[in-house]
Design a protein around this ligand. Structure first.
Ligand SMILES: CC(C)(COP(=O)(O)OP(=O)(O)OC[C@H]1O[C@@H](n2cnc3c(N)ncnc32)[C@H](O)[C@@H]1OP(=O)(O)O)[C@@H](O)C(=O)NCCC(=O)NCCS
Length: 190
């Protein structure tokens, strides 16, 4: 999918030391977007606790920086050893930058990261009235189902290939040799 982003936008992974800028981004969300992000109204203290936990785990967080400031983020959170090939994704884009392609670009990078980590199903939960998120999930061929007042979007990913690994590594600026070794060891394990 072609990425169309606002001028000056750069997407890259966030590192552990960047929890503070992630927190500032989430705290800047307007109340409606914050409610949609967390599936209900949450306090600043909850946001703080949630982000510390998410950065301590094995989540992969992509950020969209516009003119150097973090304006959008997407979390990929593996569901754990009991469901090793499944993960959930959660997105946030600050209101002035919504509907400019940022969410689509972040979800595209998240799906690539999921694929390259052997995740076969990506779940996205949102409130039933969050039509914007449902539209975004549909763009990526998600199957939508309604559960207890929420809408769950599920996207199936393909198996990783050298090409998909290379795409992620090139965007990360990592070496190709590491990618090939990683893929080889995954194939030997599988
Ligand atoms: C949901 C969200 C991540 C979407 O991000 P975004 O940057 O606005 O999304 P995009 O601009 O890439 O648009 C994606 C699709 O959404 C749909 N969309 C965009 N604006 C819309 C609007 N105002 N109403 C309904 N659908 C809309 C379109 O189908 C669009 O696809 P298109 O560009 O091909 O037309 C963003 O609105 C957001 O952060 N909302 C608050 C938090 C949230 O709801 N998170 C999701 C639950 S975890």
């Amino acid at each position: 999918m072609q990425e169309v982003l606002p001028e000056g936008a750069v997407i890259r992974k966030l590192w552990v030391g960047e929890v503070a800028i992630y927190r500032e981004h989430v705290l800047r969300l307007d109340p409606h977007s914050r409610r949609n992000r967390f599936g209900g109204g949450v306090s600043d203290a909850y946001v703080e606790m949630y982000l510390n936990v998410s950065f301590a785990g094995d989540a992969v967080v992509h950020g969209c920086f516009i003119d150097g400031a973090l304006r959008g983020a997407a979390e990929l959170r593996p569901l754990g050893s009991h469901r090793p090939d499944e993960a959930e994704a959660a997105l946030s884009v600050e209101k002035p930058w919504q509907s400019h392609g940022v969410g689509s670009a972040l979800l595209s990078r998240t799906l690539l990261a999921a694929r390259n980590r052997g995740i076969r199903r990506l779940h996205m939960a949102c409130l039933a009235d969050n039509h914007r998120m449902q539209q975004l999930a549909r763009k990526f061929d998600a199957e939508l189902s309604v559960e207890f007042g929420s809408v769950i979007g599920e996207v199936a990913t393909s198996r990783p290939t050298p090409m998909s690994l290379m795409r992620e590594l090139l965007t990360d600026g990592h070496s190709l040799a590491t990618a090939m070794l990683d893929l080889q060891s995954r194939m030997l394990r599988g």
